[in-house]
Design a protein around this ligand. Structure first.
Ligand code: ATP
Ligand code: MN
Length: 468
């Protein structure tokens, strides 16, 4: 007999099919009329398949009537139109094989609802719940859209290294990679740990961004993107930060800031359109149980325009907001989450792209604008802010003028020798180029409405937590 997924068996065209469905039992209910209802889920969709298991089954008394949540089963039979109104189809079993039992006294996912916090302790079982199962299906759809969008747009997927010796953000929030014995490392004349004797002959770290390497490939292949794990040892225990997350980073030669913003806007709209079309059932669940504004928010993003405005204007709006912000608003200070939320949630009520930030608060590689009317220098940075999440994308046009770049590196105390290859790109056929980074988990948070980033990645890594 052909195998059918629960998803396919739930659809009307399956009616009449003889099939085997395999999955895990969610609930069992015995009817006095001589059969049991067994709800089976296999992760292919949110809904369960209703199995009708008649008392005539040889193992009905010995096994079927002992099924509990978590047991794995293979059910053979005919898909028929359902009598009940809740589903289109059901499976009339003529065989029900128990593949694995689940001790009812120990299985944590009993019918009672558990908090998302509690479920994090059971990261090995939580994908069997409605909420986390739905998140992971949406996450899969978003990942596929990312590749589809860039591939269809002529971007090439390049794989940038995970172990690196360069600190892209200059922020020093990196995890060290070493094979030295922590109890007895080699030391130099001054007593410092001698990383020249380490595995790579120098200090090395997990990547915080593939951007600099992405720029190399954009300077040869034109339009590229990376999509991979990224690591930041930032000790920020927020609902939007992970120590290990997945980042998508396009980088395009001959792009200026406005091209970069156009790309980001088209990109986000594409992902949202795909999810709205292909994840309806899951989205309706999020809209009902997680965040009642999800569907409305997504439809609005897909149809509307992103508001674009320079940092300097945003500061003006914030100063006149009449809000009692915890952190002061002043030109030259980075915007805090509360400021970003005010702009995107309260003031504009939709996505906002902030551009042209003060040079003093941004990394060395961003393109320097000439001084403004008041003599202040800005760089061509862009942050995309969305309601509910805040910053979802950070990017910029890159500085491609060798002399300006060198001056910025000097100002920021960076050793040019460490970046010789990066500077070479500005020596040989340098062109304007731009790119950005999107955090996959922030995107999944946005489309699902999940409040905590720990619930949108299979195995979250955060300060003090690396279980599973
Ligand atoms: P934030 O101000 O929120 O810490 P950032 O300015 O450090 O973000 P970038 O360095 O510009 O972020 O990284 C690009 C994108 O990567 C961000 O817009 C965000 O979507 C994502 N991102 C950054 N840090 C994290 C993190 N620790 N966990 C999850 N996603 C992150
Ligand atoms: Mn950060």
């Amino acid at each position: 007999m052909p195998h059918l997924s629960v998803k396919d068996a739930r659809l009307e065209p399956a009616i009449g099919a003889q099939a085997v469905v395999k999955g895990w039992v969610r609930t069992r209910r015995d009817s006095k009329a001589g059969f049991s209802f067994v709800e089976v889920n296999d992760g292919s969709c949110l809904g369960n398949l209703q199995v009708i298991a008649p008392a005539e089954l040889a193992n009905y008394e010995s096994e079927v009537k002992h099924l509990t949540a978590g047991c794995s089963v293979a059910v053979g039979g005919e898909v028929v139109a359902s009598q009940g109104g809740k589903q289109a189809t059901e499976l009339r079993a003529d065989s029900l094989e128990v593949i694995g039992w689940a001790e009812p006294e120990n299985y944590p996912l009993q019918k009672k609802r558990h908090s998302l916090e509690k479920l994090r302790e059971w990261a090995h079982l939580r994908p069997r719940t409605n909420a986390i199962g739905a998140v992971m299906r949406v996450r899969n759809r978003v990942s596929r859209s990312i590749h589809d969008f860039f591939q269809e747009d002529g971007f090439l997927y390049v794989h940038t290294p995970i172990v690196t010796a360069s600190d892209c953000e200059g922020a020093g929030e990196m995890f060290r990679v070493t094979t030295l014995d922590p109890a007895d490392p080699p030391r130099d004349d001054r007593g410092a740990v001698d990383y020249a004797k380490d595995f790579f002959g120098r200090a090395s770290y997990l990547t915080v961004s593939g951007q600099l390497e992405g720029e190399i490939y954009a300077s040869a292949l034109g339009k590229v993107y990376t999509f991979g794990p990224t690591f930041r040892a930032e000790n920020s225990n927020t609902s939007r930060h992970l120590a290990e997350f997945w980042m998508v980073e396009p980088e395009a030669a001959f792009f200026e800031l406005s091209d970069n913003i156009d790309l980001a806007e088209r990109f986000l709209k594409r992902i949202v359109a795909d999810v709205l079309r292909d994840c309806q059932e899951d989205l309706e669940m999020f809209n009902q149980h997680v965040d009642k504004t999800v569907l409305e928010r997504l439809e609005k993003l897909a149809g509307g325009e992103f508001k674009r405005l320079p940092y300097t204007e945003a500061i003006g709006l914030l100063e006149q907001a009449g809000e009692d912000f915890e952190y002061p608003v002043a030109w030259g200070h980075d915007l805090q989450a509360e400021h970003e939320r005010w702009l995107t949630e309260k003031h504009f009520g939709g996505p906002v792209v902030l551009t042209d930030y003060p040079a003093s608060i941004k990394p060395f590689y961003m393109y320097v604008n000439g001084p403004d009317a008041e003599g202040r220098t800005t760089v061509r940075a862009m942050d995309v802010l969305v309601p509910g999440v805040g910053e979802i994308i950070g990017g910029s046009q890159r500085e491609h003028r060798l002399d300006v770049l060198q001056q910025r590196m000097e100002e920021q105390g960076l050793d040019q020798a460490d970046y010789w290859w990066y500077l070479d790109l500005r020596r040989y056929g340098s062109v304007p180029h731009a790119g950005f980074g999107l955090g996959l988990e922030r995107m999944v948070q946005y489309v699902t409405g999940m409040h905590n980033i720990r619930d949108v990645i299979p195995f979250p890594r955060t300060p003090g937590s690396c279980e599973f």
